[in-house]
Design a protein around this ligand. Structure first.
Ligand SMILES: CC(C)(COP(=O)(O)OP(=O)(O)OC[C@H]1O[C@@H](n2cnc3c(N)ncnc32)[C@H](O)[C@@H]1OP(=O)(O)O)[C@@H](O)C(=O)NCCC(=O)NCCS
Length: 188
């Protein structure tokens, strides 16, 4: 674990990369509480099929898992998403610590850009932590519009010119039929 010089009621705040299944389950528990329980996100949307190809970072207060974020890896960027901190632990920079751990991880892997998709109401949170909108306008329509946000891994370097098409990174894994092909695929 990476401990930091901060604590809540004497309990050290630390972050850790999930290395074992049990660690991942702790990340999923935090997300289930925040997104499914608190924010009413449907389970199938929250657990979208990308969790087993992602890196999970968990924040602890003492032994208690209190925050999580997952990172997906793409050719030209890393994508932190599903950032959540259990309600009673908010306001102690735990969200920021999780994002900083993602940034350092991306840096250690030679990645130079971070990309995420935010709901319009959360854009200010990301901006506060050094992110900016990829394009001026929100992408998508309907009730759940998303805003593509980017950040240089090394803030002293300019952001690379890169395209991150929402359609590719946003899509959910397609359900498969009994033969393992995406549902609706014409059979030979
Ligand atoms: C967003 C979230 C992860 C922040 O966790 P946290 O540990 O409290 O974050 P930090 O301590 O690093 O930052 C807290 C600051 O961000 C602000 N903040 C929190 N959510 C915000 C939002 N949606 N928009 C703007 N500011 C926000 C807080 O008011 C606080 O401001 P202050 O420092 O001036 O008091 C947490 O509120 C959460 O889990 N929310 C529900 C899940 C969610 O919506 N996730 C989407 C990712 S943004």
């Amino acid at each position: 674990m990476t401990a930091i010089a901060q604590s809540i009621d004497g309990e050290i705040i630390a972050t850790k990369l999930a290395m074992r299944m049990e660690d991942s389950l702790q990340a999923f528990a935090v997300r289930a509480a925040c997104f499914v329980g608190e924010l009413g996100v449907p389970y199938s949307e929250e657990f979208d099929g990308h969790d087993f190809g992602a890196t999970h970072v968990i924040a602890y207060v003492g032994e208690e898992p209190v925050g999580a974020v997952r990172v997906r890896w793409f050719q030209s960027f890393a994508m932190p998403e599903r950032l959540a901190v259990i309600q009673r632990y908010r306001g102690h920079n735990i969200g920021q610590l999780l994002l900083e751990r993602c940034r350092k991880l991306a840096e250690s892997r030679g990645c130079n850009m971070l990309y995420t998709q935010s709901l319009p109401q959360d854009v200010k949170y990301w901006e506060k932590h050094g992110w900016r909108r990829l394009v001026a306008e929100d992408a998508g329509g309907g009730a759940k519009r998303i805003v593509a946000m980017v950040r240089a891994v090394d803030p002293s370097k300019p952001l690379p010119e890169v395209e991150a098409p929402e359609a590719v990174v946003l899509r959910r894994e397609q359900p498969l039929d009994a033969s393992g092909l995406p549902l609706g695929t014409p059979s030979n």
